[in-house]
Ligand binder design. Sequence first.
Ligand code: ATP
Ligand code: MG
Length: 252
Amino acid sequence: MRIPKSHPRYESLMAREALVEGVKEGIVVRQGLIAHGRGEAFDYLVGEVSIEPAVEAEYAAAGRLLRAKHPVISVNGNVAALSAKETVEVAKAVGATIEVNIFHRTEERVQRIEGRLKSAGAEVVLGLDPDAGIEGLDHPRGLCAKAGIYSADVVLVPLEDGDRAKALKDMGKVVLTIDLNPLSRTSRVSDVTIVDNITRCMPKLARFATELRDDDERVDRILSEFDNRKNLSDVLNHIARRLGELESDSLD
Ligand code: ATP
Ligand code: MG
């Protein structure tokens, strides 16, 4: 389907097309479409822009990734379909390992996601031969790579399930997530929750990482000032304020 650029919902329609294509290519599972729909609903509430608290969280996440000894970015089907190229750029900007880690695991799907990441420029992609497990998760949901997620100190898990995010926290890792739902369990349990669409977030993360790379003092300041609970409450306040404004507009 060709979507004219002038369409007011161009970005959103393009994302849907990319996901439907992803299903056809065996990258995205149908459940992924439902998860995306939940994300879209929250994107409406925030106003489909990167709000101020999201940008703050993006700087904090970039700082955490730069400071990590062994950062890993976990990629699932939706992430690969929506942001493969940008994810590879973030990994390169912070020196992170990329691991395919999916909830509905089949070898074939892992291979296809790996293929997508490699054509987007990734040199090494872990996940195909898992040799470790995320503690507290059943097999195959907990499968991961020893050289990847298992030994990571900081993990970026965009669009992640709450149980898995919590299991990673319980293993003592610093968990960073991208999740448009500020109320999800993933959002609540993570150390840095970026309430932004992944399509807007990944390019910013790459840019901010490059910007912060040689500015130790600024990274120190960002990390000492960032408070995830406060950030999530700023997001909720933003949504509440916006709904209030919309409600009074509609009464005019
Ligand atoms: P949880 O398990 O954390 O309570 P959940 O069960 O609602 O959350 P999952 O399907 O496990 O959700 O995870 C997907 C999450 O990703 C959802 O919270 C959804 O809002 C979010 N999401 C989906 N698409 C996007 C997107 N394009 N950008 C950012 N977030 C998204
Ligand atoms: Mg879930």
